[in-house]
Write a protein of this length. Structure first.
Lengths: 165, 597
C-alpha cells in the first residue's frame, strides 16, 4: 500500500490528547474497540501519526505493530496530514465510463501532484475514491463536503478557482 | 392535519444536487405564505430517478417535479400550494399528457417496477419511526415474537426461496438454519448486516439505509430470534455519512420505543444492535473479512471452513446478510412465503434492486421482479442510451462480475442465467456501456481496482492480479502479442482456482467475460495496434482535418515534440513518428480541426 511514516513533525496539543484519552476510556471495554477508536482519533488529529498510535497502543495494551498494521490496511486512515481541501474524484465504474479518469488526470496536471499527495502549500490533497453513490450525477468529484456533478474536463479549473483562501 | 404534503428526496444523489437547499427554501416560502399549519415538508429517501434530481412530489395530487432549483420554489409554493395550480413547466415531462398529468406509476420508469425492498423509500420520513410503524413497520417482528417459533420463522424464509442479495445468492433460510443448529449449546451468537457496499457503481443498499433504515433493524431482530442471538452489528461504509446518521437515529428511536433492547414486546426476547463503520477496504464486504474487521483487526478473510454459522464473529456462530436481503424479510413474514415465491423465476424468487448507471438516460434505482430481461430494464425503464449511441455491454456484479453483450439482451435476469453467461448478479450494480467504451480498458479498470483492494494475504490474488493487470496494460499500450492473450486466460483460471476468498476467486471475471464476448477488440489492440472505441491513448493517431485547419500555427507552437509542420494560412500536418500523443494540440485548436482515430 506504499504508506510511510510522516515527515512532518508531530505537534498535537494537550487538549487533543485529553480528548483522545476520553475516547479510549469510553470504548476501551467494548469488543472490537480498536477501529472506532482509530476513527475518532483521526477525527481529533486529522491523521494518525505514529505518536498517536503509540498513545493508543499504550493505553489499550495492544502492540504498536498491530495498530500500525490496522492503520496501514484501511485506506481511510492516513499517516500524513491532509491538505485544507481534499479533492476526491470518483473513479467508480459509473463515473469512469463517463470520463472521470480524464478529470482526475487534469486535476493532477493542474495541481502538479499525484493521487494521494498534497500540494506543497498544504492547500489541496488529491485522492481517488470508489463511488460515493451519486451515480446519477456522474462524473462526480467532491471538495471536502461540496459535491460537483455532471462534470467535463473544462469544469476543473473553475472549481479549483472557488477555493482561493 | 395537513392538507398537502411535499416530499423531497434526501438521498445522496439528490442531496448532492442540492435538495437540502430546496427544503430550506420551501420552509421559508411556506412560512412567508402563512401555510405552515397546512403544508408539511417531508424529507424522504430515494425515489429512484436520481438522474432528475433534486426530486419533489406534492400530495394529494401526486405531482412530480424534477430538477427543481431553489429559485423555482417561490413559484411552486405560490402557484401550487397556495392557489392549487400545478406549475407545468417544472413537472416531469413523462407525466404530462394531452389529458393532463398522469400518475407517476404509469410512467415508463415506474410502470414495470415492483417495489418490495424499496417499498418505503421516497414514501416515508426515514428519521421518524412513527412513519415506519404507520406503514406496517415492526408488525412482522411482533408477529414473529408472539405467534411463531424460531423454527417456523426459518421455515417461512426457506419456503420463500429468498437468496442472498449481496452477490453469491446463498439461500437465506438455509444460512439461518445452519446458524441455529450447528452449535446447539452456544452461549452467544451474533447477527450481522453487511452494509459495506463496495462495488463501484452500486448504491442499492445505501438507498435502503437512507430511505428505510428501520426495515433493516426489524429484520435483524427477526433473524436474532430465529437463530437465537441477542446482539447484532451493522457494518456500514464510512463513505455513506447520511446512511450512518439515519441508522444511528433509527437505532436510538427503536430503543426508545422498546423495539430494540430488553424484553421486546414483553416476550422476554432481548436484542440490540451496534453500528460499526468501515474504513475503506473493499475486501471487508467478504463475510469473514467483515467479521475480522469488526473484531478490530486488519480486514483479511479467514479460510472456510469453519463457516461463520459455526465460528463467525468473535469465534461465535453468526449469520451475515446483506441490507437488501434483510429489507425483504418483514414483508415475507407478513405476506407469507407463497406470496414472495410467486414473484421471479424458478430458482430466483422475489425482486431485485438494480442501480442503473453509466451510459443510460434514467440513471437511478429500480426494483424489478427476477426474470425481467436486460432489454426491459435498459430500454424501457432506463429510457435507453443517450445521444443515439449503440448499446455495447452491460456490466453486472462489479469487479466480480462480467460484461453482458447485446446478444444476451433478452436473457431473463436471475442468479443462474447471469452465471451461465459469465457474469454474476452481484449486489446489483448495472453499468451500461456504449460504443465509445473500450472493453479492454474496462477490464483493465476493474483489475486496477482488485490490485488496489487485494488484501495481500494470499499470493494468487496479490501477485496474480498484479501480473494480470500488467498484461492488460501491455495490450492497451499496443506492446502485447497473441501469446499474451493465451497467458492471460491461463492466469485467470489459476487465480480463480487458488485464491482464498471471493475477491480473488472472482477477480478475473471482468477479463474472462470481455475475452469471451469481445475478443475481436482484444485482437484489434494486439494485432492491428488499434483501439476501435478510441479510448486507449497510446494506440490513437492524431490527425488534422485539412478542411477545417486555418493554418493559424497555434498547434505547431504548442506541440512539445515539434511534430506539427505547416506554414501560415496553410493546413498543418502531424508527423506520427514524432507525436507523443499528449493532446496539447487538440486543447489549443480553436477550429476543432484536430481529431484522433
Amino acid at each position: 500500500m506504499g504508506k510511510t511514516t510522516s515527515t512532518i513533525p508531530f505537534n498535537g496539543s494537550a487538549e487533543q490528547e485529553a480528548k483522545l484519552m476520553e475516547v479510549i476510556a469510553e470504548h476501551k471495554s467494548d469488543k472490537g474497540a480498536l477501529m472506532p477508536i482509530l476513527q475518532q482519533a483521526q477525527e481529533i488529529y486529522g491523521y494518525l501519526p505514529i505518536e498517536v498510535q503509540e498513545i493508543i497502543a499504550k493505553e489499550m495494551d495492544i502492540p504498536l505493530e498491530k495498530i500500525y498494521g490496522v492503520v496501514t490496511f484501511y485506506s481511510q486512515f492516513s499517516l500524513n496530514p491532509k491538505g485544507k481541501y481534499t479533492i476526491s474524484v470518483c473513479l467508480g465504474t459509473a463515473c469512469y465510463v463517463k470520463g472521470s479518469g480524464d478529470i482526475f488526470n487534469k486535476l493532477s496536471e493542474i495541481l502538479g501532484i499525484k493521487g494521494g499527495e498534497t500540494t506543497p502549500d498544504g492547500k489541496f490533497s488529491l485522492v481517488d475514491c470508489r463511488c460515493i453513490g451519486a451515480c446519477g450525477l456522474a462524473p462526480v468529484l467532491t471538495v471536502n463536503e461540496d459535491v460537483y456533478g455532471r462534470l467535463t474536463v473544462d469544469d476543473v479549473a473553475d472549481i479549483l478557482a472557488k477555493y482561493t483562501d | 392535519m395537513y392538507r398537502s404534503h411535499v416530499l423531497v428526496c434526501g438521498g445522496t444523489g439528490c442531496t448532492s444536487s442540492g435538495s437540502q437547499k430546496i427544503i430550506d427554501t420551501l420552509h421559508e416560502e411556506i412560512d412567508k405564505n402563512g401555510l405552515s399549519s397546512e403544508v408539511q415538508v417531508v424529507k424522504t429517501g430515494c425515489f429512484g430517478l436520481c438522474a432528475l434530481g433534486p426530486i419533489m412530489i406534492i400530495y394529494p395530487e401526486g405531482t412530480f417535479y424534477s430538477m427543481v432549483k431553489p429559485e423555482d420554489i417561490p413559484e411552486i409554493v405560490e402557484e401550487h400550494l397556495l392557489k392549487g395550480r400545478i406549475v407545468s413547466r417544472l413537472v416531469y415531462k413523462e407525466t404530462v399528457t394531452e389529458n393532463g398529468i398522469k400518475s407517476l406509476n404509469d410512467t415508463n420508469f415506474y410502470k414495470k417496477q415492483h417495489r418490495v425492498a424499496l417499498r418505503n423509500c421516497g414514501v416515508i420520513n426515514p428519521e421518524n419511526i412513527e412513519e415506519y410503524i404507520g406503514t406496517g413497520g415492526y408488525e412482522a417482528l411482533g408477529k414473529v415474537l408472539t405467534e411463531m417459533t424460531p423454527e417456523e420463522v426459518i421455515q417461512v424464509v426457506l419456503d420463500s426461496g429468498l437468496r442472498g442479495r449481496g452477490g453469491a445468492g446463498f439461500p437465506t433460510g438455509r444460512k439461518w438454519m445452519l446458524a441455529r443448529n450447528i452449535v446447539p449449546d452456544a452461549d452467544q451468537k451474533y447477527v450481522c448486516c453487511n452494509a459495506d457496499e463496495g462495488d463501484p457503481g452500486a448504491f442499492m443498499d445505501r438507498s435502503v439505509l437512507e430511505g428505510d433504515p428501520h426495515v433493516v433493524l426489524e429484520a435483524m431482530a427477526i433473524a436474532g430470534y430465529a437463530i437465537g442471538a441477542n446482539q447484532g452489528y451493522i457494518y456500514v461504509r464510512a463513505e455513506y455519512p447520511i446512511a450512518v446518521k439515519r441508522l444511528q437515529i433509527a437505532i436510538d428511536q427503536a430503543r426508545e420505543y422498546g423495539l430494540l433492547g430488553k424484553d421486546i414486546f414483553g416476550t422476554g426476547f432481548d436484542f440490540d444492535i451496534g453500528l460499526r463503520l468501515g474504513a475503506g477496504a473493499f475486501v471487508c464486504g467478504e463475510e469473514t473479512a467483515l467479521m475480522t474487521s469488526i473484531e478490530g483487526n486488519r480486514g483479511e478473510p479467514r479460510p472456510r471452513p469453519p463457516f461463520p454459522a459455526e465460528k463467525g464473529l468473535f469465534q461465535k456462530p453468526s449469520v451475515l446478510n446483506n441490507v437488501e436481503t434483510y429489507a425483504n424479510i418483514p414483508q415475507i413474514i407478513l405476506n407469507g412465503a407463497e406470496w414472495f415465491a410467486s414473484m421471479g423465476t424458478e430458482k430466483s424468487k422475489g425482486t431485485k434492486v438494480f442501480a442503473l448507471g453509466g451510459k443510460i438516460n434514467n440513471t437511478g434505482l429500480v426494483e424489478v421482479p427476477m426474470g425481467t430481461t436486460l432489454r426491459t430494464v435498459i430500454e424501457e425503464i432506463g429510457g435507453g442510451i443517450p445521444n443515439g449511441k449503440k448499446f455495447k455491454a452491460a456490466q453486472t456484479g462489479g469487479p466480480s462480475g462480467g460484461c453482458i453483450p447485446a446478444e444476451h439482451y433478452d436473457i431473463p435476469i436471475d442468479y443462474d442465467n447471469l452465471i451461465s453467461i459469465g457474469s454474476m448478479m452481484g449486489s446489483g450494480g448495472l453499468i451500461v456501456m456504449d460504443e465509445d467504451n473500450c472493453m479492454v480498458d474496462i477490464a483493465k479498470f476493474f483489475l486496477q481496482f482488485t490490485v488496489d483492494e487485494s488484501c495481500g494475504k494470499c499470493t494468487p490474488c496479490r501477485v496474480g492480479t498484479k501480473r494480470l493487470y500488467e498484461m492488460l496494460d501491455k495490450i492497451t499500450k499496443g506492446t502485447a502479442t497473441l501469446e499474451d492473450l493465451d497467458k492471460i486466460e491461463k492466469l485467470c483460471y489459476y487465480i480463480k482456482d487458488n485464491s482464498l476468498c471471493g475477491l480473488g476467486q472472482t477477480a478475473p471475471n471482468p477479463v474472462l467475460s470481455t475475452l469471451r464476448y469481445f475478443k475481436d477488440e482484444y485482437i484489434a489492440h494486439v494485432v492491428d495496434k488499434k483501439c476501435p472505441a478510441g479510448v486507449c491513448k497510446s494506440l490513437l493517431q492524431y490527425y488534422i482535418d485539412a478542411d477545417k485547419c486555418r493554418g493559424c500555427t497555434l498547434c505547431a507552437r504548442q506541440c512539445p515534440a515539434n511534430a506539427i509542420e505547416g506554414t501560415v494560412k496553410n493546413p498543418h500536418v502531424i508527423d506520427p513518428d514524432k507525436c507523443i500523443k499528449c493532446g496539447a494540440c487538440i486543447e489549443k485548436c480553436k477550429f476543432g480541426a484536430i481529431f484522433k482515430k
